[in-house]
Design a protein around this ligand. Structure first.
Ligand code: NI
Length: 165
């Protein structure tokens, strides 16, 4: 969990930047790519990440630029824009409304007591989890995925190296 606001803000900015790159690589057609029949699609997962940022409002953070979670856009560009606005809103809200002290305070989350610093940690881990699912579905949909925590297949090739197994 985070004990210092600055730790979260630094990490959130980096993570949001990676997620934005993934979101921007989506196409409208690719949104329909399912995990398997009758399960979540790439578009649903992308929108789930946008909506998950809004969940932090239930912990008392007031965010000024969140989309209506029930209105999932059919356009990849709109989803990417909604993500960027939501990510910035969370950044501003945490920066302006919480402090190092607030991070140690507990609130009820899913029936348990969670310190705010742990909720913020969860938000980042949860995003990384679904972002990983997204990049697999993006490959299955024929898209090139951006570099996430290291080179992607294409950048290995570009550098004249043999991609890792
Ligand atoms: Ni989830």
């Amino acid at each position: 969990m985070y004990t210092k606001l600055e730790q979260f803000l630094t990490e959130w900015k980096q993570e949001a930047q990676i997620t934005e790159a993934v979101m921007r690589a989506l196409t409208d057609d690719s949104l329909l790519q399912p995990i398997r029949e009758d399960r979540r699609s790439l578009g649903t997962l992308a929108w789930h990440l946008v909506s998950s940022i809004g969940y932090m409002a239930s912990l008392g953070l007031s965010m000024d630029d969140l989309p209506d979670q029930k209105e999932r856009p059919a356009s990849a560009v709109e989803i990417a824009e909604a993500y960027s606005r939501s990510a910035r809103s969370l950044e501003r809200a945490v920066q302006e409304q919480w402090s190092d002290e607030t991070l140690g305070q507990s609130q009820q989350v899913m029936g348990e007591e969670w310190q705010n610093g742990a909720s913020l940690r969860f938000t980042i881990m949860h995003q990384a989890h679904h972002r990983g699912q997204m990049t697999v579905l993006m490959r299955q949909a024929g898209l090139v995925v951006p570099e996430v925590y290291g080179p992607n297949y294409e950048s290995w090739i570009e550098k004249g190296m043999v991609p890792l197994d």
